[in-house]
Structure formats: C-alpha cells, structure tokens
Design a protein around this ligand. Sequence first.
Ligand SMILES: NC(=O)c1ccc[n+]([C@@H]2O[C@H](COP(=O)([O-])OP(=O)(O)OC[C@H]3O[C@@H](n4cnc5c(N)ncnc54)[C@H](OP(=O)(O)O)[C@@H]3O)[C@@H](O)[C@H]2O)c1
Length: 251
Amino acid sequence: MSFQLIAYTWLAIAVIVHFTMFRVTAPFGRHTTDSWGPTMDNRLAWFVMESPSLLIMAYFLFFGKNSFESYAWVLFMLWIGHYVNRTLIYPLRIKPTPKRMPVVIAASAVCFNLVNAGLNGYYLAELAPVEKYGSAWLASPQFWLGGLLFVVGLYINLRSDHILIHLRKPGETGYKLPQGFLFKYVASPNLFGEIVEWSGFALMAWNLPALTFMVWTLANLVPRAKNHYDWNLKNIPGYPKERKVVFPFLY
Ligand SMILES: NC(=O)c1ccc[n+]([C@@H]2O[C@H](COP(=O)([O-])OP(=O)(O)OC[C@H]3O[C@@H](n4cnc5c(N)ncnc54)[C@H](OP(=O)(O)O)[C@@H]3O)[C@@H](O)[C@H]2O)c1
C-alpha cells in the first residue's frame, strides 16, 4: 500500500469516527463508566496513550534520513514539545481522582498516536524533499502564520488546562463552574486551543500527514467538546447556556 493511500484511508476513518463520537461518548474523565470492560489508572493511562507519539517523533528526528538535512527539525521540535507536556507533565498535574480509564480507550488512543506520529515522522524524515523545508520556507508567510497559530493554540490549551486542573482543592473530585479567560465564550477552550495548535502545524508543514492529523484532531475534539457541554449543562448548577461548545461565537 502506498504512503498516500494509507494517509487518505486514515483521513476517511477520521470522518467516520467524527460522526460516531457524537453518538457514542468516549468514557473517560467526566464521562467515565464501568461498562467498557477492564480499566486502568487515569494518570498511567495518559502516559501510556501519549508515549508513542513522543517516542516515534523522537526516533525519526534522531535516526531519520533527512531530519537535520533541512529545517524539518523545527516541526519535530514543536511536535515533541507538545507531547513532552501531554505525556510527561500533564499526567502529573491532573488531580488524582477515583475515576479510571477503560483499557480499550487507552488502546485505541495508542493506535491513534502510532499512526499519526508514524505518518508525520516518516514523511518529514524520509519522504519530504529537502528543499521543501529549506531557508525559503523559514522566510515564508506560511511558516510564520502557522507558527503563530501553533504558539497561540498551545498557550490557550495550557492556560485552559491549568484553570480546569486548579478548580479542585486537594482531595476534591467534583465539578465546578470554570470562569474567566476563554471560558467566557466556550465550554472547552483547552480543546479549542489544541485544534488551533494543530491547524497551525498543518499550515506550517503543508503536507498530507499534517493535514490528516489536523482533521483527526477536529474529528475527535469537536464531538468531545459537545459531549462535555451537554454534560456540563445537566450536571453543573447554573452552567451558562450562552457559552458556545468549542469555537468562540460560532459553535
Ligand atoms: N489531540 C487529541 O485528539 C486529544 C484528544 C483528547 C484530549 N486531548 C487533550 O488532552 C487534554 C485533556 O482532555 P479532556 O477532554 O480530558 O479535558 P477535560 O475534560 O477538560 O479535563 C481536563 C482536566 O480538568 C478536570 N476538569 C475538567 N472540567 C472540570 C470542572 N468543571 N471542574 C473540575 N475539574 C475539571 C478534569 O478532571 P476529570 O478527568 O476528573 O474529568 C481533567 O483533570 C486537553 O488539553 C485536550 O486538548 C487531545
């Protein structure tokens, strides 16, 4: 199977998953149930789920054919920076709760990360023409605009996660009304930030695997944000209905 065919097939699967996720809520965090089979520790699950993305990109950066022959290493560093947080720092920051992650969810996230990091790492290190990420690329509006979006998205994601994580005092496990920053406008600014981040990455990288990852991020996070929003309305007293789901002023 050619690389392109794998990437397009993966893209098509994202569309199917997107529509499925509006009907079937992924059972972790506030949506946890014990009806999805064996479960594992929540923080360990985050570490296990996200590790493949970090390790695969680090592997292609250091052992790939062309990673340091051009400025493709800049893209690797952005990806790796994001996943150092998600794999190593985020699981230590979230407050311990009795909620556990179904193993099947962790396993599906491992597959998601294996394919996305595999496609992106392999393309950047082995397939991309060296000229594509040369000095003209560094000077292009696409590089700077995409880079700006990535950094702004990362900031929104980190700051929103920080606000959410600090809503609970030590020992608390319930849910409170998040206020301030972009919570004035949307239920899940952390997911919005993540979408902006990977849209910026796709603009910078301008290749099929990066586009595929952006589509997968949208496919996963828009329905997850809708699931969060519906849950919040039902379960958090006084939750403001006028907040949008994930895109300020739009949806
Ligand atoms: N790239 C992708 O496809 C992808 C997919 C999934 C997640 N992510 C990223 O992973 C991160 C976590 O995602 P998520 O959907 O699990 O986020 P989330 O539901 O917003 O939860 C983030 C953290 O804040 C806590 N929290 C949320 N709302 C709260 C409230 N009202 N009161 C008290 N505590 C609250 C959660 O506790 P509980 O766990 O106890 O609910 C959790 O520890 C996000 O940054 C997201 O962008 C990325």
